[in-house]
Write a protein that binds this ligand. Sequence first.
Ligand code: ATP
Ligand code: SF4
Ligand code: MG
Length: 385
Amino acid sequence: MEDLVRIRDLTVRFHTYEGVVYAIDDLDLDIRQGETLGIVGETGSGKTMTALAILRLIPYPGRIESGSIVFFDKGLRSELELLKLSEDKMRSIRGCKISMVFQEPGSALNPVYTIGDQISEVYLLHQRQELGRQAKRRIDSLLGNGGTLAASIKRPFWRWQSRLYNKIAEGSNPLEPRILSHIPLFRRLLWRLKDEAGLLTVSMLKDVEIPDPDRVAGRYPHELSGGMKQRAVIAMALACSPELLIADEPTTSLDVTIQAQMLELFRRIKADRGASVLFITHNLGVAAEVCDRVAVMYAGRLCEVAGVEEIFLHPMHPYTKALLEAVPMPGKELQTIPGALADAFNPPPGCRFHPRCPSAMPTCQHERPKLKEVAKDHMVACYLY
Ligand SMILES: Nc1ncnc2c1ncn2[C@@H]1O[C@H](COP(=O)(O)OP(=O)(O)OP(=O)(O)O)[C@@H](O)[C@H]1O
Ligand code: SF4
Ligand SMILES: [Mg+2]
């Protein structure tokens, strides 16, 4: 499988008054075309920062200190070095080629606009050509209407509209709509684009299995349940048919039955659309349900990456083994990982897991283990291998 995103030597640090936080340290990770890659790890391991680095949205006072993130754009058939793109170009990629679903759906929705308006806005912003095509198709079907008097009076106007929408569909930015949008009497001539966006919105809400999508499109976020809000956010993220969908703990704030439905939805999205999904979770059970490959992170570094079955059946890194041991099971005594999480300001030298590792050796305390392939498609960073 070919790569969609290739991250190399990514380092992210936060320069705070208390000191420097080593959030991500020399991370190498690939996201392949059409796969669901899971990132798992305890709190503070750098999962969210990895996702935000791809979108170049690391919050202040954090910054990407070095590294490279290459995005292989399928549509344009080109390689884009995301860390070197202009902010304008990056804005056209965010929410369009790469979109993100956050843990708390409420934070992604604007409380003063209806769900339908918010999703339509994405179409109007990023899918104008598609809207133009749809509008032209609809006008052309009117042009083919029979010879009633009303139709023959309106026909020249329809022809003009068809030409206008054709220009929009071709990607040009014609002068007429820009002028018309400033004249109140004529502004409604352009409503057809909005109407088309509304139709696509309802169909997208249906696609994410929202019952009664027409009604929900007219609702405000506070009128929806948590699960419905999360579905609306997913619909918004999918509106532009992204090549990469990043989901950061999208099920954590939902109850268990809704979680299961949501995981099923993610599985279907991948199967139907062929998009790649970067699925961030601290729950290994969830990762087992949806992911094709799993990357395990600890204190800003990658410990292990392998196919989902391989990682569950043959975990190699002591941290991965400890995480699997800590998964609660009926009839099994609850296990925790001994020791405390690495201090983000002053991480342990060498292998960052060494203070908690039962197999630690003297080398582990001062030399960083490199990630290497120890079995087919199974990478581990540990001196035991
Ligand atoms: N605004 C900030 N200022 C300082 N440090 C930050 C900030 N945001 C994140 N960090 C630090 O960056 C590191 C990585 O954080 P990140 O949010 O990526 O962790 P995570 O794996 O997503 O954890 P969680 O499971 O809790 O979401 C942590 O040590 C965190 O303390
Ligand atoms: S490198 Fe050493 S300390 Fe780190 S996980 Fe492997 S054995 Fe444990
Ligand atoms: Mg996080």
